[in-house]
Design a protein around this ligand. Structure first.
Ligand code: SAM
Length: 276
């Protein structure tokens, strides 16, 4: 399932680097219109000063280590949502087939740098790769908390170790099913400024999570959904999220989608399809 998800959902190797840059660069460009804060002028994927020799590059060093790791973990498998029978998997396999690729992680990082969220939540920690990008963005912002939810106890432990190695101990990793952990986390954070939903790719579940997060979102919050075309059900869920009246802008990047929650006084809806 993961293999299918990665090759179809994440599209690794299917899109040229040039096409990807155009698509992702456009996403950040159009989001600019929704925030008074100026975006850094550099190209989204040009190496940034703040990334050189910094935590961002250390995350990719860690990814390389994980990809060549021979360690195994034994756990419940939450692959597409429901916890199923115990399984043994290799850390390298998890990293290769579940972690968000670096190019999309950079988009998340830049969105966090731009939106400067006070509260950030993530559904689907896995080994902590995308969490690390979000956390480094918050660290560079000088403010903001990240709560990330993971159902697998072993992956939670791995993610904790990885985030500690990167000096990102402030991340709150919630070891829970999304069904239980999300309402509890929302209660704790009060209001959400940025969310990344990357797990349990089921139509009904995705709609339920989106509804809960939207209700708790601040105006102008950015909600990002991964694998929006992973299955016909996910495509329907994404369509419904994009159509929600509390959304003021929709950015459809084919693999991922982002919506901006309506700000006071905002009318209408901007829809941008970003296709290579
Ligand atoms: C695609 S991976 C997340 C990858 C991570 N965002 C990254 O890029 O590093 C999805 C994760 O969500 C977890 N998951 C899936 N469904 C879940 C559920 N219903 N409750 C809790 N965790 C779940 C899986 O165990 C898996 O680790």
């Amino acid at each position: 399932m993961h293999l299918r998800r990665k090759t179809q959902g994440k599209g690794n190797g299917r899109m040229s680097r040039f096409a990807f840059r155009r698509r992702a660069g456009r996403l950040v460009h159009v989001l600019r219109a929704h925030d008074a804060a100026e975006l850094p002028s550099e190209h989204l994927f040009a190496p940034l000063e703040e990334e050189r020799g910094s935590e961002v590059s250390r995350i990719e060093d860690l990814r390389k280590e994980l990809l060549s790791s021979t360690a195994t973990i034994s756990d419940f498998h939450f692959g597409s949502g429901e916890a199923v029978a115990s399984r043994v998997t290799r850390v390298a396999h998890e990293c290769r087939y579940s972690s968000v690729p670096a190019r999309w992680c950079r988009v998340l990082f830049r969105l966090v740098r731009k939106r400067r969220p006070a509260t950030c939540i993530e559904l689907g920690t896995n080994l902590g790769i995308s969490s690390a990008y979000l956390a480094v963005g918050l660290k560079l912002n000088g403010a903001g908390r990240l709560f990330t939810i993971e159902g697998s106890p072993s992956l939670t432990e791995c993610a904790k170790r990885n985030l500690t190695l990167l000096g990102l101990d402030d991340v709150q990793i919630v070891n829970s099913s999304f069904e239980t952990g999300l309402p509890e986390t929302l209660q704790e954070v009060g209001s959400v400024d940025f969310a990344f939903v990357d797990g349990h790719h089921d139509e009904r579940a995705t709609l339920d999570y989106a509804e809960m997060i939207m209700k708790a979102s601040s105006k102008g919050a950015i909600l990002v959904f991964d694998d929006i075309r992973w299955s016909p059900g996910m495509a329907r869920a994404w369509k419904q999220i994009a159509a929600d009246t509390s959304v003021t802008a929709v950015y459809d990047c084919y693999d991922i989608g982002a919506v901006v929650v309506r700000e006071p006084g905002a009318t209408g809806k901007e829809f941008t399809r970003i296709r290579a």
